[in-house]
Design a protein around this ligand. Structure first.
Ligand code: PLP
Length: 491
């Protein structure tokens, strides 16, 4: 009996958990030599750390390191210099923001997971300016009284789309939700079965309709929907006809969809609005830029749409936002809906969106001034030359463990826009010099993701492919320098 009772006590002491409560019981000779927290804080090399990170954070980090030393993880030096060196590392790690710039070499230009459209400098400047102080966000400077935040964007959107009125929310999903909620709550909305899509991040059209309190009436079939299907679905409970732009997939073969003009006519004959969710809305003629055709809000409105919604950060090339424009009475109703308050756009985004929309006033220089268009229209010959320039330094950085080839590849627009079309591009294919491909490539990809400015490529056909379409020539040097300063080889 007694030996059994003794055993657990011995275990408790030896694991050191009770160190601080039982002074002297468990001090190894190593622990005796560990400097105190106070002594470390007074050490001259602690001063710059306290300056940068604050006393509280330095104290916590020292405690963390001392705990590690005392619990004897082993192999660590317990002199002040070593401790404070590790403490600096801890502080650096915990102070680094989680959100950081990366190199998008995935080949997908508008990559939702990588933050979509890069903004032009004029927009970034405007956002910085708005962020730094008070602005007349909802203040009418002429009248000296409360104003409306939409006022900063409405005229510009109307000018560029031909709409009578416009309002803006946090993203296009919010624009759809708000439009449905304001115009169709507790009523029915017919939508083609071919348009009941899921957009990335599990945003499903049927679910959004349910959350808006709208009864979805499915019409037609997945591949074919006819005007008579819509006609048959119209009733006294119908609130609107809604068309969802086929954003992220395409049905090919034996298909039929009803023209927007016809849908608008059916809706108007039944006295209800025709609403179009365009998804990606560009405000410029894509064919003129040598890109595949993309429908625009002005075309949709001219064809008879009463309300059009689209994203701010897809093809438009601006910050995250959702734009709703169209008939004045309907926009007024949407703006008055209480949900608008919950979905409204912040001042920083309004400033950025306003700057981007202003660029559309000069369509001739748009593709030079708007990064998203600059990337989409980048000449394949130029990208190839860049790939040839970068081949050697990348090969040097990888230290012989990989072969590097200049390869032709295909970029995508991304974010559901123009799903089938691909853009001819060039990249570097990194292939392991010896076997073990899968794991070796995964490790290389992880290593590139671990760089100070992470490099994100894609693994395809036994190689790690870095599509260079989105590597701006001005960022090339930074890209190469951080690769070369990393340690070589052992991937
Ligand atoms: C992308 C998209 C949305 C959602 O827009 P967000 O700006 O991502 O919220 C809605 N509808 C369609 C058709 C889309 O393509």
């Amino acid at each position: 009996m007694s030996s059994r009772r003794d055993a657990p006590r011995w275990v408790v002491y030896s694991c050191g958990k009770t160190n601080e409560h039982l002074p002297g019981m468990n001090m190894s000779s190593n622990a005796m030599r560990i400097p105190s927290v106070d002594a470390l804080l007074r050490d001259e090399s602690a001063a710059p750390l306290i300056d940068t990170y604050g006393r509280r954070a330095v104290t916590d980090a020292i405690r963390e390191d001392l705990t590690m030393l005392r619990t004897g993880a082993g192999g660590f030096d317990s002199d002040s210099i070593s401790i404070l060196g590790r403490v600096e590392g801890l502080l650096e790690d915990s102070a680094a923001p989680s959100l950081k710039r990366v190199f998008n070499l995935t080949g997908t230009v508008i990559h939702t997971n990588l933050g979509r459209a890069p903004l032009p400098e004029v927009a970034a400047d405007a956002m910085h300016e708005a962020a730094m102080g008070a602005v007349n966000l909802e203040y009418d400077l002429d009248k000296g009284r409360r104003g409306d935040r939409d006022a900063h964007l409405e005229d510009l959107i109307c000018e560029l789309t031909g709409a009578e009125a416009a309002t803006v929310v946090n993203n296009n999903a919010a624009a759809v939700l708000l439009t449905l909620s304001a115009l169709a709550r507790r009523r029915e909305v017919p939508v083609s079965r071919g348009e009941l899509i899921e957009i990335g991040g599990s945003f499903r059209m049927p679910d959004i309709m349910k959350s808006a309190g709208v009864k979805l009436v499915e019409v037609g079939t997945t591949n074919r929907t006819h005007a008579k299907d819509y006609e048959g679905a119209m009733s006294a409970r119908t609130a609107m006809i809604m068309k969802v732009h086929m954003a992220n997939y395409r049905i090919e073969g034996f298909t039929a969809e009803v023209e927007e003009k016809t849908l608008a006519d059916i809706a108007h004959r039944h006295g209800v609005p025709f609403v179009v969710d365009l998804g990606s809305g560009t405000l410029t003629d894509f064919e003129r830029l040598g890109l595949p055709h993309e429908p625009t809000p002005m075309q949709a409105l001219a064809t008879g749409a009463d309300i059009v919604t689209f994203s701010g950060d897809k093809l438009l090339g601006g910050p995250q936002a959702g734009i709703i424009c169209g008939r004045k009475d309907l926009v007024a109703k949407i703006r008055k809906n209480p949900m608008k308050r919950a979905l409204r756009l912040g001042k920083v985004s309004i400033a950025g969106l306003s700057a981007v929309l202003s660029l559309y006033r000069d369509p001739d220089r748009l593709e030079q001034r708007l990064p998203v268009l600059r990337l989409l229209t980048r000449d394949a010959v130029e990208i190839e030359a860049q790939a040839r320039r970068l081949m050697r330094p990348v090969l040097d950085a990888l230290g012989g463990a990989f072969s590097v080839q200049v390869v032709a590849c295909q970029s995508q627009v991304g974010s559901g826009a123009l799903p089938v079309e691909q853009l001819p591009s060039w990249g570097l294919a990194l292939t392991p010099s010896s076997g073990g491909r899968g794991k070796v490539l995964d490790r290389l990809a992880a290593k590139l993701r671990g760089l100070p400015k992470p490099v994100i490529g894609r693994i395809a056909d036994g190689a790690l492919l870095l599509d260079l379409r989105c590597l701006a020539p001005g960022d090339e040097q930074e890209f190469v320098e951080q690769l070369l300063s990393g340690d070589k080889g052992e991937t």
